[in-house]
Design a protein around this ligand. Structure first.
Ligand SMILES: Nc1ncnc2c1ncn2[C@@H]1O[C@H](COP(=O)(O)OP(=O)(O)OP(=O)(O)O)[C@@H](O)[C@H]1O
Length: 246
């Protein structure tokens, strides 16, 4: 059981945004994807979630080819995602924001509300249930975005820049939630983040993208030791942002 990107290439005209990218994620595992600006991380997200078709290569979800499947179909097959911006329905309260996802997945309204309460309380966010989504503090909005993705137990979760704009303490809280998602929910997490320290401290395995290619992969020790990674970021003498906190 795994999510596999197999030799994915994406060309925009003559420009290769992704070039032969292979990534593997198993259930209950945390896999990091890092890379400097323009490396191709968002293009990877769009390929995995069905928002864009690869020029060549395949995305396999538990042995099924999900190339060209619609985003809602991929979600129903067990792959959930969060968005960089919260994208909550501002006219609804938090509970209904989650319940809408449950109904979209084919569950009854009652079952969806029960699941929404269960997920929110699992995240320690039960107190947010009746608050309007509009005007939530930024980090609560982020937490609700993750809770919504966790409705009805996805097998894989793609987190797109979940720590963007967070303080160190908030990022620490987020790290605990990500760890629990993998350990307690048996869910595979693909973590795409600029906060390299957070990614290295959480991930079983990390892929480093630069200019559309995987230039390095391995565990924290291997990534920290990689000259190619340092050069890809800021020049050979510098470490990536937050790497020193890993
Ligand atoms: N629709 C498109 N048409 C042409 N070029 C594109 C398109 N989408 C992305 N690109 C280019 O592909 C490359 C990879 O972009 P992508 O957004 O995937 O990088 P990224 O790693 O997510 O960057 P960032 O960290 O800045 O968000 C960039 O050079 C970008 O300009």
């Amino acid at each position: 059981m795994s999510l596999e990107l197999e030799s994915i290439s994406v060309a925009f005209g003559g420009f290769k945004a992704l070039d032969d990218v292979t990534i593997s994620l198993k259930k209950a595992e945390i896999v990091g994807l890092i890379g400097p600006n323009g490396a191709g991380k968002t293009t990877c997200v769009n390929i995995i979630t069905g928002f864009q078709d690869p020029t060549s290569g395949t995305v396999m979800l538990d042995g099924q080819d999900i190339n060209a499947k619609a985003p809602y179909d991929i979600r129903r097959r067990g792959l959930a995602r969060t968005f960089q911006a919260g994208r909550l329905f501002s006219g609804l309260d938090v509970l209904d924001n989650l319940a809408v996802t449950g109904v979209g997945l084919g569950h009854s309204r009652r079952a969806s509300e029960d699941e929404a309460l269960r997920v929110l309380s699992w995240m320690g966010a039960g107190h947010l249930a009746e608050l309007p989504a509009a005007g939530l503090p930024y980090t609560d909005e982020r937490r609700v975005g993750i809770a919504r993705a966790l409705m009805f137990a996805p097998d894989y979760l793609l987190l797109d820049e979940p720590a963007a704009g967070m303080s160190e303490t908030e990022a620490d809280d987020l790290a605990q939630i990500i760890r629990r998602i993998a350990d307690e929910l048996n869910c595979g997490v693909l973590l795409i983040e600029h906060n390299v320290g957070l990614v290295l401290s959480l991930s079983n395995h990390v892929y480093v993208l630069d200019a559309g290619k995987i230039i390095e992969e391995g565990d924290k020790t291997e990534i920290l030791a990689s000259q190619a990674v340092r050069e890809a970021y800021l020049g050979a003498e510098h470490a990536p942002e937050n790497m020193e906190h890993a």
